[in-house]
Structures are given as C-alpha cells and as structure tokens.
Design a protein around this ligand. Structure first.
Ligand SMILES: Nc1ncnc2c1ncn2[C@@H]1O[C@H](COP(=O)(O)OP(=O)(O)O)[C@@H](O)[C@H]1O
Ligand SMILES: [Mg+2]
Length: 399
C-alpha cells in the first residue's frame, strides 16, 4: 500500500529528524556550557570571593584592627609573581581566620575587579571539592557536561566517575587551565587561600597531599599562588614532611600584646547601650588570660551583655581545668607538665623536653591543646598553650 509505506517513511524520517535535532541541540548546549566555564571562573578570579556564611557577619564583635599583620598578609596574598606558595600559622584561637577574611574583604573592595584572593575554608560546605568549585565558579554540571554527554548518551566511553577524588581532580584541573589563560590575559596569578589545613590533614589527608603537590607546581609556573592557613601544631608535624620546604617563610599570627588586648577589651562593641569595659578590669583580665583573642572576645561579649568579668573568668577556668583532667590522671603526661612549669619562662626547647620525657606524651599534650610549639631562632620551643593555661597549672597539684 503506497499510502501506508509513505506514512511509515514520513513517521520514520520524523523520528530520525527529531532524534538528530535533539542530539544536536543538546550537544550544542553542553558544548556551550563547557565553553562558558572558563569565562565564569575568570570572573571569580577578578572579583575574589568569600562564600557564605563567612561572606559577611554583622553579628560578630567589631573587627579589632591589627595593622602590622594586615600589611604583611596583604603582601603575602597579593597577586604578584612570587614563585612561592605561602603559610599563615598561629595558635588555635589567635585570630588567623578572622584576620585573613577581613584582609581579603578589604582587598576585594580595593581591587574593583582587577583580581583579589579567593578564600575557601575546610569548615564550609559539604565537601572540600564542592566548596572549592563553588568558590571559583566551577559548575560540575554532571548532567550537562560534554564528556558526560558523550560518555552516557553516545556511549563512547564508560560511565564517568563521580567520587570525591575525581571531583577534586576535575576542579583542580579546571583551575589549572583557566588560571593559565588568566595569567596570559592579565599577567597575574590567581590567589587561592585555603583555611583549616588542620582539618584537611586530619580528615582528608589525600586531598591535602594533592593540594600540596599543586601548590608547588602552580608556584613554579606562577599560575596560582596558594596560601595555606594552619595552626602551629599542625604545621610543625607537617614540617617533618620535606614537601613543605618549598614554601615561603610563614606569616605568624601571634596573640595580642597586653596593650592591644586592653585596647580590644575597652573598645566599644556593636551594642550602643552597654558602656565599654573600664581599663582596670581589662588589665586584670589580660593578666589572667593573656592576649589570646578567642578568650578575650568571650569577656568582651559577656561584658556587653552585662555579665561580670569574674563570672566569665570562673566559667573559662572551669573549662580550661577540664582540659587538664585526663593529663592529671596520667603520671607520665603530668611529668611533662611538671618539668615545663618549673622551667624558666615556662618554656623549654623541644629536644630538651623530649630527652627527659617521651615523644608520645608531648604529642598527646599538644593534641589536647594543653601545650603548643613555636619556632624560635631555628629551635622548636614548647610552652603552655596560653597564659590562661600557664596560670592555671600553678594552681593545682597532680593527682
Ligand atoms: N581582630 C579581631 N577582632 C575581633 N574579633 C576577632 C578578631 N580576631 C579573631 N576574632 C574572633 O575570635 C575568635 C577566634 O578567631 P579565629 O579567627 O577563628 O581564630 P583561629 O582561626 O586562629 O583559630 C572568632 O570568634 C573571631 O571572630
Ligand atoms: Mg581558624
């Protein structure tokens, strides 16, 4: 029947035309998406960025400026060709993250689209790969990537992998290629600040290793400057790995000086109603806890809420005492504490302390955040973690 065969051939050709059109338009769309990926990433490199929830926080205590550190950090995070990758180190709670974020915010407004650092914290988001991708405006677009399209729809290759390591490789690969173009276009490297190195080392060591390798390669080729933010303890243990020897000398964020600490406590807070703290109270707080900003801010916040300093102090001391609890029941760990507290300035060279005690006990006290290490004139020195810990250790005896 000519009519029937005609109808079938029309339907058949219609179906093939539809298939060809669908594949063609989908293919075109995904190719466009792949093509537009790099321009999107370049715009992130130009503007810099901090992702929510760290992007802005109006409910924090007002930022206390630290001009010398800000200047050094600005130099370290500037998009100059340095052939180096960088480290920002300091004790836990010394104010590294806040400082880095504030300096980046300032650099972002100053740069007006000519390049500013991109900040990524391990603490943000679901996984590091996802957070990094979001920060550099890289969309995985798994459903519409051209490769996925070829792999899945046309069956050219096997089904693409979607695991975490593969996702990280994809983002790093895209950063590598796009920052190469960015360097050619602007003459500047991309600056990537990675905060929370402690957590990466602890929970995602493979990610950390990969980042360290990239940091070296990217520093050699000047396409991306990575700035790692890490606690002293984490950095000291990492330094045993020779991989870090290629890094520039670290920028150290130390505690506030006593004068700075008093000025931080006596400066006004966000609330207009509460009167700032008086200098005598501030001085007595600093004598007790020193210049660790993480402790100082608790006193300041409580003062602004009408809580007396002695109430805050007893709460803080109670929590600090709890830290010592397990050490006080472990004779060999307590021996380390005893030796250190009887030393001049309650400080000892690491090698001297190790000779009299065991590496295991010292490491365990470092992990419990009772002790900390600093490098001083080529030597590693062990101290109590803060003035608060130092004062507290004198007030009780070993069980
Ligand atoms: N310069 C500063 N001014 C005001 N608050 C600060 C300042 N630096 C740190 N803080 C506050 O102290 C706390 C600890 O600081 P953070 O930056 O997280 O320390 P670190 O990253 O070194 O562990 C945070 O609540 C932070 O907002
Ligand atoms: Mg931090």
């Amino acid at each position: 029947m000519p009519f029937m065969s005609y109808l079938i051939s029309v339907l058949r050709s219609g179906a093939s035309i539809t298939t060809v059109l669908t594949l063609g338009s989908t293919g075109g769309y995904v190719a466009y998406k792949d093509h537009s990926r790099f321009p999107r990433m370049m715009s992130a490199y130009r503007s810099g960025g901090i992702l929510p929830p760290l992007e802005e926080n109006k409910f924090q205590l007002p930022y206390f400026r630290r001009p010398n550190l800000e200047k050094t950090l600005k130099q370290c995070m500037s998009s100059t060709l340095s052939n180096d990758y960088h480290l920002v180190v300091g004790d836990i709670g010394s104010g590294k993250s806040r400082l880095v974020q504030e300096v980046i915010r300032e650099m972002m407004t100053e740069s007006s689209g000519e390049g500013a650092p991109i900040y990524v914290s391990m603490a943000q988001g679901k996984t590091f790969a996802d957070t990094l991708a979001e920060a550099v405006h890289f969309a995985f677009d798994e459903h519409i990537s051209f490769r996925f399209f070829c792999d899945y729809v046309l069956g050219i290759h096997s089904f693409p992998k979607k695991d975490e390591a593969h996702r990280l490789t994809r983002v790093l690969d895209a950063i590598e290629k796009s920052s190469c173009d960015y360097l050619k276009l602007t003459g500047k490297p991309v600056v990537l600040v990675i905060d929370g190195m402690d957590a990466l080392v602890k929970y995602a060591p493979n990610t950390m290793r990969k980042l360290q390798e990239k940091a070296k390669l990217w520093a050699d080729t000047n396409i991306v400057k990575i700035v790692f933010v890490s606690s002293n303890v984490c950095m000291m243990s990492e330094l045993e790995d020779s991989g870090w020897s290629r890094a520039a000398p670290p920028v150290t964020v130390s505690d506030l000086t006593d004068e700075e600490a008093v000025s931080f406590l006596t400066s006004p807070g966000t609330s207009d109603t509460a009167a700032p703290m008086n200098a005598a109270t501030a001085k007595s707080i600093v004598d007790l806890i020193g210049g660790r900003i993480n402790y100082l801010r608790v006193f300041k916040r409580d003062h602004l809420c009408g809580v007396e300093a002695k109430v805050t102090a007893s709460g803080l001391l109670r929590r600090e005492k709890d830290k010592f609890l397990s050490a006080s029941q472990n004779p060999s760990q307590w021996k380390v504490i005893e030796i250190l507290r009887k030393s001049p300035r309650k400080t000892l060279r690491m090698s001297v302390l190790m000779a009299q005690t065991s590496a295991e006990d010292v490491a365990s006290l470092l992990r419990s955040n009772i002790l900390c290490i600093h490098s001083a004139s080529q030597n590693l020195e062990v101290k109590f973690e803060s003035r608060l810990a130092e004062n507290l250790v004198d007030s009780f005896d070993a069980k």
